[in-house]
Ligand binder design. Structure first.
Ligand code: COA
Length: 157
């Protein structure tokens, strides 16, 4: 069974993230979305809320599981018996940092591969921060995040 882990802050999940999750779920037997708990960033949604939002938007994907983690990503992947870490690349700007992280994670655990998926061009300019800024200024979130979580984001402002 090929298990993949897709890690991130997901504060909140965007259509770009969901696109990666849906495509990965067609390639791997199981995709475990890992929500980082102790990030340096001060989150809008706490980890439990981020997990709930992700669960609601992936409810129709039978082989997708949502969990949270703190500590090293490679340890989380090992604990979940995953052989692959999935990362999305949006633009060339993402590449250098992701390349460094992939090499570091490989050094920490050579048995786990990092696989990169190109983000759908429709979503290449979206980030969770951009969504939060848009929401703070009461902008229209349609098309940027799954419709079922728009109200939850608006409630935070
Ligand atoms: N669509 C839309 N947005 C996307 C995206 C996509 N496909 N892929 C990434 N993004 C956005 C994210 O929402 C995030 O936006 P933000 O900065 O506004 O929050 C931004 O791009 C950066 O994404 P990413 O680099 O994946 O950062 P992250 O904070 O979401 O996740 C972890 C980072 C969790 C993967 C990383 O910190 C980690 O592995 N931590 C564990 C500790 C560890 O093992 N460290 C390495 C060894 S020291």
């Amino acid at each position: 069974m090929k298990i993949a882990v897709y890690p991130g802050s997901f504060d909140p999940v965007t259509n770009g993230h969901l696109d990666i999750i849906e495509r990965a779920s067609k390639i791997y037997d199981r995709v475990i979305v890992g929500v980082l708990i102790n990030g340096a960033k001060k989150p809008l949604f706490d980890a439990e809320e981020r997990v709930e939002l992700l669960k609601s938007v992936t409810a129709d994907l039978d082989n997708v599981e949502i969990d949270s983690f703190s500590g090293l990503l490679v340890d989380f992947a090992k604990e979940k018996n995953a052989c692959v870490i999935i990362k999305g690349l949006r633009t060339v700007n993402d590449f250098e940092y992701e390349f460094q992280m992939a090499l570091l994670n490989k050094a920490l655990n050579p048995n786990i591969e990092t696989m990169f998926m190109m983000t759908n061009t429709k979503y290449s300019y979206i980030s969770s921060s951009m969504v939060k800024e848009l929401a703070a200024f009461k902008g229209d979130l349609n098309g940027f995040v799954p419709t079922q979580i728009i109200e939850k984001i608006k409630e935070k402002y």
